[in-house]
Design a binder for this molecule. Structure first.
Ligand code: ZN
Ligand code: CU
Length: 489
């Protein structure tokens, strides 16, 4: 028993009278939750116990803080440390460095500007780190409101090493990238991501990726990927992902799983069967966001697949943010194909998925929830502010896609297990006190495509490592976030 428990109060905080959804896919149980320091120390009837703060949360759900399995928050964690888009939804941990892009290490060759899609991370500013360790040190020195589990991005390594990215890497360049992967893993990265869909990595061969990723095997790293193709050639892309996982003997994460383009609608039946079969043979995870529209840089091939394209930001014409690409083209007396070039650099939202596929993928038992939010966009996709309450409110309780406890599990216990985040994602004695209290009748996403930065409804209070970070519908100004490490399964 440590000294603190000998003091007058048994707990720093008791959340009393709530219904606990513990993050293991079990239904809610009426229980009090006692917190001391950064840990949950008791779950049960604590009516006779004493606490510095006792908060009545009856009528509310007490759940583990949500883990956003797919983010691009690398820079936001330093620049806007209160992390309002995330803590307002109940998110207490973010996984960064997805889609092949991480903020570090970004030692660019002289005269080279960060290429798109690295620019999605707001690389234009003052945050430049020569090593992955330096980035993690900065997070520890000026901590954010949430915890961060950080991956290094393959496209970032290519930009740091290669100069011209429109080609495969030479063996010397592969060796240089491998050394940077090694440095990142030794410093505390949880793994590496690729984004072979993007021009920065489209020319990387399967062999290049395997060789750059070699250090993952020894350091127990995870491999996450925005695959080469999420449309017509998605099966080939899945096979490549599984092959890389087997060659390295590491877990793989299929990022933001979807099937794009009207001619592929319905094919999630096929892809999920393939994923399920692979899961029987190797460690495979997947995540998804709860929308039929995607968002990334403005690209011609994406526009081709989309029924509708909306501009999210545009460097040469900032006033176009929020505008429909077809309408802009019409006003200018031309077609969208002809103006895309003149709008660069730019970002867009693409309506290109089938609702039935989105629901089938969300309902697949092993699918984790990841927002893929783009925090620096002028008019961001609403997934940045709405993903988690949308799954809890709209998809679990509205569409009845799965019970509320399953929705919570997909954003807590499942994710913590897949990413190897020990003592996170569960409400039990001994776990870290990452907690969200929400009203199950109120919980809903408020961000829409027209009003994309509206905070969600129904989130009462959010704690990270025992400290409140969101309360009374606002950030508290506390920064208790930690850099998390991956532990072996
Ligand atoms: Zn992606
Ligand atoms: Cu992403």
């Amino acid at each position: 028993m440590d000294g603190r428990q000998m003091s007058e109060q048994q707990f720093d905080l008791i959340l009393s009278g709530g219904d606990v959804i513990d993050g293991t896919n079990r239904p809610p149980v009426r229980a009090d939750v006692g917190v001391l320091g950064d840990r949950i120390v008791a779950v049960g009837d604590l009516s006779a116990a004493t606490a510095a703060v006792r908060r009545d949360v009856s009528g509310h759900i007490v759940a583990p803080g949500f883990i956003d399995s797919h983010t691009h928050d690398d820079t936001l964690l330093l620049r806007k440390r209160e992390m309002a888009p995330k803590v307002s939804q109940g998110v207490t941990t973010v996984v960064t460095g997805n889609c092949g892009i991480s903020l570090a290490p970004l030692n660019l060759q002289p005269g080279m500007a960060p290429p798109a899609p690295l620019t999605l991370l707001d690389t234009g500013g003052d945050y430049r780190f020569g090593s992955f360790g330096a980035y993690l040190d900065a997070l520890r020195a000026t901590p954010p409101a949430v915890n961060a589990a950080c991956m290094v991005g393959h496209s970032t390594l290519r930009a740091a090493v290669m100069g011209d990215l429109d080609r495969g890497a030479t063996s010397a360049e592969v060796a240089a990238m491998r050394a940077l992967t090694e440095e990142a893993m030794r410093s505390g990265a949880i793994g590496l991501s690729t984004g072979t869909f993007y021009p920065t990595a489209a020319h990387a061969s399967t062999d290049e990726i395997i060789e750059v990723c070699r250090p993952l095997t020894e350091h127990n790293g995870i491999y996450a990927t925005h695959m080469r193709d999420e449309g017509d050639k998605i099966v080939e892309a899945l096979e490549e992902t599984f092959l890389i996982g087997r060659a390295l003997d590491v877990p793989v994460v299929i990022s933001h799983h979807k099937v794009m383009g009207a001619n592929n609608f319905g094919r999630s039946t096929e892809t999920l069967a393939i994923i399920e079969k692979a899961m029987a043979e190797q460690d495979v995870s997947l995540d998804a966001y709860p929308y039929i529209a995607g968002s990334t840089m403005l690209k011609k091939d994406r526009t081709l697949l989309a029924a509708k394209t909306v501009i999210t930001w545009c460097k040469p014409f900032p006033e176009l943010a929020g505008r429909d690409l077809d309408e802009v083209a019409k006003e200018r007396g031309t077609t969208k194909w002809d103006i895309i070039e003149s709008l660069q650099p730019a970002g867009a939202i693409y309506f290109m998925m089938d609702e039935a596929d989105v629901q089938r993928i969300l309902a697949f038992p092993q699918t984790m929830i990841g927002s893929d939010g783009l925090p620096h966009d002028e008019r961001p996709h609403p997934r940045l502010w709405g993903t988690f309450p949308r799954v809890l409110g709209h998809y679990a309780q509205g569409q009845q896609l799965f019970p509320l406890e399953t929705a919570v599990w997909k954003m807590t216990g499942l994710t913590a297990a897949k990413f190897g985040l020990a003592d996170r994602g569960v409400v039990r004695a001994g776990a870290y006190a990452d907690l969200v209290v929400f009203d199950p009748k109120e919980i809903a996403d408020a961000a829409t495509f027209d009003h994309p930065t509206e905070p969600a409804r129904g989130i009462e209070v959010v704690f990270v490592n025992g400290t409140a970070v969101w309360d009374n519908n606002a950030p508290t100004g506390a920064f208790p976030g930690q850099v998390l490490h991956r532990e072996a399964a």
